[in-house]
Ligand binder design. Structure first.
Ligand SMILES: Nc1nc2c(ncn2[C@@H]2O[C@H](COP(=O)(O)OP(=O)(O)O)[C@@H](O)[C@H]2O)c(=O)[nH]1
Ligand SMILES: [Mg+2]
Length: 339
């Protein structure tokens, strides 16, 4: 079993050393622990600090490419270097790296594909009441879209099994944390939570300058991810709403006609016609996006097989021999159809 701990960094020279020094180098059930720093075009000494502390691997972006891209590059690198489990932690020493053993345990025990460190945001003293409420709202929306019950959807302290990384394909630019949960939920991967305490705050967030920007961008990421999986549900609701609203003026007009009032009702009828056109468009979009979803499923199936060819079987040889997994099977036992 090989674990690669990846740390995406943007100008983390001040805190990276503390992160590196608290990552456990031996963990029960794991044969090798390696550290990977993904430097996203930092203009400070992040890379030097990483090298000075003897990290095993450094990916250096020539310019800033964003956290989602950095995450994907890290995962790609880790998989191609034989990682069975990938743990992600932040470079600002926000998360308790000492707890990595607890984070990987459910994966080692075959109980989870993804494990999320639950920061217990309601207890964090430097979070304002508003921020706590927004964290809760964000998790609630993600859980709704993913069909999960996770307390902390935005936490970046996570462990992923090799199998889950074969199944997940991050496509949005922002908030891969939310996107991966929505994908994992809809693909019937098993997600577990482990309660953690966070370290004291070292600096302001780099990911967003204010809460509203964060909410807006996270909201977009959630809607886009949800549309990927449930386009038909979204567009049939729109079709029904537009259709019913559009029919009202026509029904009204029919009743008035039957009562002998053939007066001038053009305005309401035009409005009704517009709504009915909207319903037709929504229906067409629903059909198109459902077809696109079919293509995505086939594309992801190909990607899964490609990853197996490129990186090797999804599970370590011993367990893979006992219970081979394919995307269609999802979890070895009791999984529902997943896409
Ligand atoms: N690659 C990359 N990493 C980033 C970027 N912005 C922030 N990070 C890293 O992502 C992690 C989380 O960022 P942080 O500012 O702590 O966000 P927060 O924990 O959500 O408040 C840290 O390790 C940062 O160094 C970025 O634009 N690109
Ligand atoms: Mg942070």
């Amino acid at each position: 079993m090989k674990l690669i701990v990846q740390i995406p960094c943007l100008n983390e020279e001040a805190t990276l050393a503390s992160v590196l020094s608290t990552i456990p180098r031996t963990i029960a059930g794991i044969d090798e622990v390696e550290i990977l720093v993904i430097d996203d075009g930092s203009d400070d000494r992040t890379i030097d600090v990483a090298r000075e502390h003897g990290v095993h691997h450094v990916i250096a972006h020539t310019r800033r490419m964003g956290l989602a891209r950095s995450f994907r590059d890290g995962v790609d690198f880790a998989l191609s270097h034989g990682a069975d489990i990938v743990v992600n932690t932040d470079g600002d020493n926000q998360y308790p790296q000492e707890r990595i053993a607890d984070l990987v345990k459910p994966i080692l025990n075959g109980l989870a594909d993804i494990v999320i460190g639950d920061r217990q945001t309601h207890t964090i003293s430097h979070f304002s009441v508003f921020k706590k409420a927004m964290q809760r709202l964000g998790s609630w929306v993600v859980n709704l879209a993913a069909g999960t019950e996770l307390p902390d959807a935005a936490s970046g302290f996570r462990a992923y099994s090799r199998y889950s990384l074969y199944r997940l394909n991050v496509v949005t630019q922002f908030s891969y944390t939310m996107e991966t949960i929505i994908q994992a939920g809809n693909k019937s991967l098993a997600i577990a939570s482990v309660e953690i305490d966070t370290n004291p705050k070292t600096r302001e967030s780099r990911l967003f300058s204010n809460m509203f920007e964060h909410m807006l961008r996270s909201g977009q990421a959630i809607v886009r991810s949800y549309l990927m999986f449930k386009p038909w549900a979204v567009f049939t609701v729109l079709t029904t709403v537009f259709g019913v609203v559009g029919l009202v003026p026509f029904v009204r007009y029919a009743i008035l006609l039957s009562l002998g009032d053939a007066g001038n009702h053009f305005q309401s009828l035009i409005l009704g016609a517009l709504f009915i056109i909207g319903a037709g468009l929504s229906l067409a979009l629903g059909v198109l996006s459902d077809l696109a979803k079919t293509n995505r499923i086939l594309g992801e199936d190909q990607l899964y097989r490609l990853k197996e060819q490129q990186y090797g079987p999804a599970q370590p040889a011993a367990t893979a021999a006992a219970a081979p997994r394919t995307p269609d099977q999802g979890r070895p036992q009791g999984s529902s159809r997943s896409d």
